[in-house]
Design a protein around this ligand. Sequence first.
Ligand SMILES: Cc1cc2nc3c(=O)[nH]c(=O)nc-3n(C[C@H](O)[C@H](O)[C@H](O)COP(=O)(O)OP(=O)(O)OC[C@H]3O[C@@H](n4cnc5c(N)ncnc54)[C@H](O)[C@@H]3O)c2cc1C
Length: 400
Amino acid sequence: MQRILVIGAGFAGLWSALAAARRLELEGKNGLIEVTLIAPDPILTLRPRLYEAAPGSMSAPLEKLFEETGIRYIQGSVETIRTEHDELDYIDANVSRRTLSYDRLIMAAGSKLFRPDIPGLREHAFSVDQLDEAAALEVHLQSLVLQPSSLKRNTVVVAGGGFTGLEIATELPTRLKGILGTNTEVKVIIVERADAIGPDLGSGPRPKIDEALTQLGIEYRLGSAVSSIEAGGLTTANGEHLETSTVIWTAGVRASELTSQISAERDPLGRLRVDQNLRVASSPKVFAAGDAAVAPTDDQGNHTLMSCQHAIPSGKSAGDNAAADLLGLLPTPYSQPQYVTCLDLGSAGAVVTQGWDRNIWMTGAEGKAFKVMINGTLIYPPTDRDTAFAAANPQQALSL
Ligand SMILES: Cc1cc2nc3c(=O)[nH]c(=O)nc-3n(C[C@H](O)[C@H](O)[C@H](O)COP(=O)(O)OP(=O)(O)OC[C@H]3O[C@@H](n4cnc5c(N)ncnc54)[C@H](O)[C@@H]3O)c2cc1C
């Protein structure tokens, strides 16, 4: 039997597998070609929610959905990909090395937080990038109440003032007061290397972000790179020392290391360059989607970003096109001209922008309701086969 093999059970991997299974069923070929998904755990980690309280619960089970949609799930972690032989090696649940062949491969192994070689960063900094990391931060925050009150205990420094840094920083005042007591004076400081807050978000939403930071009493330092982190604080390249028991590192993400095993052009974030059909030009049996890929989103020169907004639709297109390719059918180009950002600002609401110029669309409570809908509903996986196959149609736009 032929096999479409998907690496990863994130947003891109899940929707690739569902779209491939849907397409095979539509063409009456689901008994002839197997869709297999390999990932360490049969869960979808809701990464966009990991800055929120109770991050340990931010995942959704997938086994039942895989069974209902005929997707074979293999528990394992891929170690080596040999595109010249159309096969890969993985470590299974019993820590044994196994080999699996494929007829089409979909690389959807996502991304991870990038930790540069800064003294003390690996030992002392927390993060909200992966489920276990966000859970460890939560345990640490809860344990602060056991320490006597001090400036060091009551201060959290967020390294990086980009999208993730802003979401965790603006969430923290309420979260910390919930743990340390409403009368405790908590301090949240963002340390950002660039000269502007939210450097990649552009100038559109900046006034609203500034307003929210002021309202929440969050301080920030611009043009200020972290040079070392110790157990009780952090020092910047400008020589400033900030006393804190909690540093949260948010600055920078890189595509999965697995992308380097596929001979193809990669961007500075390590993402595989794919064409409008999500195919890797130099490895025609390999498709890629989500954070592991960079694809054109329109004919205006825009490209996918590391976001769910792009991972879900690009995953659907990759899965559909991989199945079509194997069946000798024409691909349907991926196109996603609509672009929206929705930045949570904690108790100050949220700011939603439209278009690549990021023009403000919604703010405050209205923006927050939109964010709650995305985080609480839109990004969750479907629970039954019919809904899953209807939603896996790549022509169905992500309804933002
Ligand atoms: C705190 C935070 C807030 C965010 N907020 C937003 C937001 O507001 N809006 C938005 O659109 N995006 C947001 N994002 C980004 C978004 O979460 C990612 O873009 C998205 O998760 C990418 O999906 P993916 O499927 O490509 O990769 P991932 O979600 O990274 O999934 C990768 C999958 O591959 C698996 N895998 C990895 N290595 C291997 C291997 N060797 N073998 C087998 N399987 C492997 C993993 O276990 C996982 O199942 C946020 C991210 C974070 C961390």
